[in-house]
Design a protein around this ligand. Structure first.
Ligand code: NAP
Ligand code: SF4
Length: 670
């Protein structure tokens, strides 16, 4: 009996047979903006095709110039662009998967000045105001979608996905929030649904029956003035009647103030919204968002929530997700931890997307799989994020690796990060544990290796990944029993009382505030939806209801010396949600403070020119870190040059992202 019988059952989707139920969902990568974008995209997608996924959906391509998301986004609107696409479709087909092009018209989300929309209503997340499309322009836009699909077919794609969710142009037509038109594309629901239905009909008419048409519809808008569940189901039925082969489900507009994919969202939290659509149509329906294990994917299929699962970020994290699941090797999957730190956050910084747990993602041509020219003897000191990534990558490159760890177990700071509510680094540790057990890496835990020993072993290369130690700020009373370090708190070694002051409002300060303000362990989907004001039945306006008030079991105050807004170092796509969550739990952040002393009364500060006493039971230090790298000098004294990576190299702004990326890069440079 295979491990996941439903996941690996073929499915007839329109004209095509999918070999299993795993679809690689569309993701922006920015590869199309790179000079060598086609070759890089071909390598990126082909690796996922070899990894066993049935169908790949590309990142979004606009059907015309107005619909471009940004100045360096791509449109498929002319035959002279076909050659670049054929490089990608050819590589994916040769590797055994099908591939569809996503057609995405950004509408009012566009980051260029020629943006258009259903109406001239600006989005709260875009300072540019769109120009309302005239009726004839709407008709022309419908034709552009069909033209784009026809070009996709010429380029060798097996189908297209029409992007009709997340608040892009099609959503902007369907919702009253963004559509105040008085022509036949505005007003009644039937009129507002006209645009997507005409797009589908025109596309089908151009491409014929043998070409797959997927439509990504918004299963939940999560914005005021969005569709409710009844209206959503009407759209689903109408799309089926118009000729769609598969319905993909998107959750929430980009301007929604509800997190939809970040780590604080429980796994498969949106299953009910998908199940509602499945119950309304007879074509295959695809579940999406926060599905990151084969067990969960199988469960959704088994429970009849969906016919297919769309995995996007999980396939950035592990190209071979499907193959490993099929072969009963799920414990080898490098699981997406929903951090957004290298995928979405990179895109916000106009960088090519990658993955925190798999820094090779989207950089496959620079870091090809394969062995180094000469196998070397490598010592890696420290089995935290940087050391683990370095050791495993070096082993895969054919080197003989010894990994030293002073603690009794691997993981370093990941052991603390995994305690923060929602953070899934326990999966990362499971992945590394499995990989190490399967490898010939000589793991020496509970062993603080000395420079003498390293010298005696005569390694070709020594890599120091010894990590960081928490910074102890120079504040009178810092050794008072009220003072706890963040590592003591997150590890559970010390439990703070009811009244807590947190010194430092950086990433770890916010992590600790989340940890201490959560009333209990894992948040259930029901609690998550209630806290963020999502109607489980989707019947509110846009699927929203009033959020439930959250109570923190502790009175917490966060502090920083800088006068600037707190939380600047948090990720662009998660920071707002963390700040909202803590504000809801009544956790204030005092900025511009001066620490005076800590004593039996509590923490004495100067704030807004006034002395203040924070009467707290404990003061938790989250004041950054210092590098741990004394071994370097000891080795240098013996004439051994060691490479430093991770926090040992530079403690400022060290996180798992930089640690793993450096670990991989050093392993490739050996
Ligand atoms: P961080 O983000 O640099 O924050 C350090 C905090 O300590 C700042 O608020 C700083 O504020 C304060 N501080 C620094 N020196 C101090 C001193 N001598 N006395 C008192 N306060 C002091 O560092 P971190 O919190 O340790 O996090 C490490 C890295 O991991 C960062 O890059 C962070 O972004 C990342 N991380 C991110 C997340 C996330 O995105 N969710 C979560 C965890 C960690 P003032 O100097 O203004 O007082
Ligand atoms: Fe997942 Fe984080 Fe990787 Fe993005 S960066 S794919 S969220 S693990």
């Amino acid at each position: 009996m295979p491990s996941y019988p439903r996941l690996f059952q073929p499915l007839q989707a329109g004209p095509l047979t999918l070999k299993n139920r795993i679809v690689m969902g569309s993701m922006h990568t920015r590869l199309e903006a790179m000079p060598d974008g086609s070759a890089r995209a071909a390598a990126f997608y082909a690796e996922r095709a070899r990894g066993g996924v049935a169908l790949i959906i590309t990142g979004g391509y606009s059907p015309d110039a107005a619909g471009l998301l940004g100045p360096d986004s791509a449109a498929l609107d002319h035959p002279d662009k076909l050659a670049a696409h054929r490089v990608v479709t050819g590589a994916v087909h040769a590797a055994g998967s099908l591939i569809c092009l996503q057609i995405l018209h950004a509408g009012r989300y566009a980051r260029h000045d020629a943006l258009v929309g259903a109406s001239d209503i600006a989005s709260p997340i875009n300072r540019r105001k769109p120009r309302a499309l005239a009726t004839a322009e709407v008709e022309q836009t419908v034709a552009s979608y069909a033209n784009c699909a026809a070009l996709a077919r010429e380029a060798g794609y097996d189908g297209v996905e029409i992007m009709g969710s997340e608040g892009y142009l099609i959503s902007q037509f369907t919702a009253l929030r963004t559509n105040n038109r008085s022509d036949r594309y505005g007003g009644s629901l039937a009129n507002r649904l006209r645009f997507p239905l005409e797009v589908v009909r025109a596309t089908r008419a151009r491409v014929g029956p043998g070409f797959l048409i997927l439509f990504r519809m918004s299963a939940l808008d999560l914005v005021e003035g969005g569709l409710n569940a009844d209206e959503t189901l009407q759209l689903a039925r109408a799309l089926e009647a118009a000729g769609v082969d598969v319905l993909d489900t998107g959750i929430g507009w980009h301007e929604a103030r509800v997190p939809t994919i970040a780590y604080m969202v429980p796994r498969a939290a949106w299953r009910d919204a998908t199940a509602r659509i499945k119950s309304a149509v007879s074509i295959p329906v695809m579940a999406t968002n926060r599905i990151n294990t084969p067990e969960l994917a199988e469960e959704l299929l088994d429970q009849g929530v969906a016919d297919l699962v769309s995995l996007a970020r999980p396939l950035l994290a592990d190209a071979a997700f499907a193959l490993k699941a099929e072969q009963g090797r799920a414990d080898e999957i490098n699981t997406c931890v929903a951090c957004n730190q290298a995928c979405l956050d990179f895109l916000f910084r106009e960088k090519v997307a990658s993955c925190l747990v798999n820094p090779r993602a989207c950089h496959e041509t620079f870091y090809p799989a394969g062995k180094a020219e000469r196998a070397k003897r490598i010592a890696v000191v420290g089995a935290g994020a940087a050391g683990l990534c370095c050791a495993i990558t070096a082993f895969e490159r054919g080197h003989h690796v010894t990994l030293y760890e002073a603690q009794g177990d691997i993981g370093g700071q990941l052991n603390l990060a995994k305690e923060v509510p929602g953070k899934e680094f326990a999966e990362t540790l499971r992945y590394f544990r499995t990989r190490l057990a399967q490898s010939s890496v000589r793991l020496q835990t509970g062993h603080r290796v000395s420079a003498d020993e390293l010298a005696k072993e005569g390694y070709d290369t020594v890599v120091l990944a010894c990590g960081v130690s928490p910074r102890l700020p120079d504040i009178p009373g810092i050794d008072h029993p009220k003072v706890l370090r963040y590592d003591e708190v997150l590890s559970g070694a010390k439990v703070p009382g009811r009244r807590v002051a947190i010194i430092g409002a950086g990433g770890i300060g916010f992590d600790v505030a989340e940890f201490l303000s959560e009333s209990h362990g894992a948040t259930t989907t029901r609690e998550f939806l209630a806290a963020w004001g999502v109607d489980p039945q989707g019947m509110g306006d846009g699927g929203l209801v009033a959020p439930r008030r959250e109570e923190s079991p502790r009175a917490i105050v966060m502090l920083q010396r800088k006068p600037t807004p707190p939380g600047k170092s948090l990720g662009a796509t998660t920071g707002w949600a963390i700040r909202m969550e803590l504000a809801r739990r009544g956790v204030p952040v005092l900025t511009g403070v001066t620490y005076q002393r800590i004593d039996d009364q509590g923490l004495h500060i100067l704030h807004e020119g006034q002395p203040k006493l924070l009467e707290v039971d404990h003061v938790v230090l989250c004041a950054g870190q210092e590098p741990v790298n004394a071994l370097r000098a000891e080795l240098a004294a013996k004439g051994i040059e060691a490479a430093l990576i991770g926090g040992a190299e530079r403690a400022e702004e060290i996180d798992a992202l930089r640690a793993m990326e450096q670990g991989m890069k050093v392993a490739y440079s050996l």
